[in-house]
Design a protein around this ligand. Structure first.
Ligand SMILES: NC(=O)C1=CN([C@@H]2O[C@H](COP(=O)(O)OP(=O)(O)OC[C@H]3O[C@@H](n4cnc5c(N)ncnc54)[C@H](O)[C@@H]3O)[C@@H](O)[C@H]2O)[C@@H](O)CC1
Ligand SMILES: Nc1ncnc2c1ncn2[C@@H]1O[C@H](COP(=O)(O)OP(=O)(O)O)[C@@H](O)[C@H]1O
Ligand SMILES: [K+]
Length: 504
């Protein structure tokens, strides 16, 4: 699914109006009815609504939502926040409709007119600004936003939390952005909804399709995508009858040190459960017994080091390598990694301490095979890419790094972003906070290495693995809870994930 800019979304609205064709007020009516349906599904008739409208089309949405809820018998109060006299034509039309009905409607011109916010079974609908915001909120609008943030316990924003720009908020004044519990956004996700720093404003967001013209969307150019099931399903290969273990590649997990063998075991098990034909774990001697006992399906190759990985020759030809979980940063491990990378000619997966080591050693970065997949979490990313001010700058640094190293950079977190060397970025749609638990990254490393071994391109490997990993997290959380989820649970869910994706 594409992520478009505010400008492109405006064009998509206009294109839909012209070529569907549909009059703009009808498009607004359609958008509003998606919102009121969503609200009615979630909140029963005992809930009341206080709807705060600006004077543009976002405010127009608010007026139409108010009318639709009122017609269904809900207790609705509507407020126009008169921060400007320039009302949009569709706002004026909907204002007229509301005034012709018996819906309580007040115009707020100054803060002393702010109404009390009902606390019990009451929803505040925020339609002050949507994608038309062109400067930070000031004056009456800013005061209204502060007041609602202070008084309302249950705010739902339409299209965007008012005050938030759809992409770049680096120059915004975040004191004057609505803090919503839910954001109902139209048709396509906006970049700002995917940034962790905007989480407190956006709350949980939901996509409501409003039937923008598919031709415009399919022809629109963008570097940003939202990764959904529809994109992933066609990428998956079904196993053929006359295949054998040699058909599914050989993974080598290079991982572990004393006290951190769990990382190696999790990555190895994940590689096995990803469907790789063979998996070998290259580990320090201290891990031999635990690995063989916990994971009898894997072969073990003992490093010359007892407690850490140190210089020894490792065969890399014919393997998909997953390097880094739990290896530490000992001087001898650094030398080992350098020699390993020098030797390795095909794309590998680099994670955890492998990334921390290359972060400190620029010359080592040049040894990373082209189209390798790097999987830093935000702290590891900062070590390699340097400091950044906000999430937009972080994204730019991610692009710079992917281009510089000619690698795929998977920046982990909620909505993990996957950046290709040419600058395309995919944001993941699966996963949940239950996955913020030690070892879940190691599982991802094993899964990526396992898919890579089976012949998926590095690009498709990264997309599929991140999506499946999150899906496994969602299944695990649904079966147990986000609180109790541990990394091994993810591996246990791989079976169900594959079955649902490939066989369905
Ligand atoms: N036909 C359409 O184009 C559709 C538009 N829709 C809604 O329309 C919204 C966009 O509407 P608009 O473009 O009218 O803009 P908004 O309603 O988002 O913004 C309101 C107006 O306020 C002004 N403004 C911007 N920043 C301001 C500030 N800081 N202080 C004071 N005034 C400011 C702008 O000139 C803008 O016209 C979308 O977010 C969506 O909610 C939906 O109804 C779907 C259909
Ligand atoms: N809040 C969250 N929502 C979705 N996914 C998350 C969240 N927090 C963490 N994850 C996922 O869990 C994994 C954590 O990886 P990482 O930080 O490397 O853990 P570890 O090093 O302990 O294995 C990543 O794949 C990340 O995307
Ligand atoms: K809004």
């Amino acid at each position: 699914m594409k992520i478009l800019s505010a400008e492109q979304i405006r064009e998509a609205d206009q294109y839909t109006i012209k070529y569907e064709p549909i009059v703009s007020s009808e498009l607004m009516e359609r958008a509003a009815s998606k919102c009121s349906e969503w609200l009615r599904k979630k909140y029963d008739i005992h809930y009341s609504y206080q709807i705060f409208c600006g004077v543009g089309n976002n405010g127009g949405d608010g007026l139409a939502i108010a009318r639709q809820l009122f017609q269904k018998g809900f207790d609705v109060k509507v407020y126009q926040v008169a921060f400007s006299s320039k009302k949009s034509p569709d706002f004026i039309l909907n204002e007229k409709r509301i005034q012709d009905m018996d819906i309580p409607y007040k115009i707020i011109k100054r803060p002393s007119e702010f109404p009390p916010i009902k606390q019990q079974k009451n929803i505040v609908i925020d339609t002050l600004f949507g994608s038309g915001l062109n400067r930070p909120a000031r004056g009456l609008a800013a005061d209204m936003i502060s007041y609602l943030n202070q008084e309302s316990r249950h705010t739902i924003s339409i299209d965007l939390p008012s005050g938030l720009f759809p992409e770049d908020n680096s120059e915004n004044d975040m004191d004057f952005v609505i803090k919503a519990r839910h954001t109902l956004t139209f048709e396509l996700p906006k970049l700002a909804l995917l940034f962790p720093e905007n989480g407190p404003f956006v709350g949980q967001w939901h996509l409501l399709p409003i039937g923008l013209h598919p031709r415009f969307i399919s022809e629109a150019e963008t570097n940003y995508h939202f990764l959904t099931l529809e994109e992933i399903k066609p990428l998956l290969q079904k196993r053929k009858k006359y295949t054998h273990k040699g058909s599914f590649g050989h993974v080598k997990i290079v991982a572990g040190s004393r006290g951190k063998m769990g990382a190696a075991i999790l990555a190895t098990k994940a590689a096995l459960r990803s469907g790789a034909g063979l998996v070998t774990a290259h580990i320090p001697g201290c891990g031999l017994e635990s690995m063989q006992t916990s994971t009898p399906e894997a072969m073990v190759e003992e490093n010359s080091g007892t407690n850490i990985l140190q210089e020894s020759s490792v065969e890399t030809t014919g393997y998909s390598l997953g390097i880094g979980p739990g290896i530490g940063k000992d001087h001898s491990t650094k030398n080992f990694l350098r020699a390993l990378l020098k030797n390795c000619k095909s794309p590998a997966v680099l994670d955890a301490d492998a990334l921390n080591i290359i972060a400190e050693d620029e010359s080592c970065q040049k040894l990373i095979p082209a189209l390798s997949i790097l999987t830093p979490h935000p702290k590891e990313f900062q070590r390699i890419a340097g400091e950044y001010k906000g999430d937009l700058e972080k994204l730019q640094k991610q692009k710079d790094l992917a281009r510089k190293l000619n690698c795929i950079v998977v920046l982990k977190g909620a909505h993990t972003s996957i950046c290709m060397p040419d600058g395309r970025i995919y944001f993941n749609s699966t996963g949940n906070p239950g996955m913020a638990t030690g070892g879940s990254g190691d599982v991802l490393t094993g899964l990526i290495a396992g898919l890579l071994a089976q012949g998926y391109s590095p690009e498709n490997t990264a997309l599929i693995a991140v999506f499946l990993h999150g899906m496994a997290g969602d299944y695990a959380a649904a079966e147990e809870s986000v609180e109790s989820l541990i990394a091994s649970d993810l591996i246990h869910q791989f079976g169900k994930v594959f079955r649902n994706l490939i066989d369905s």
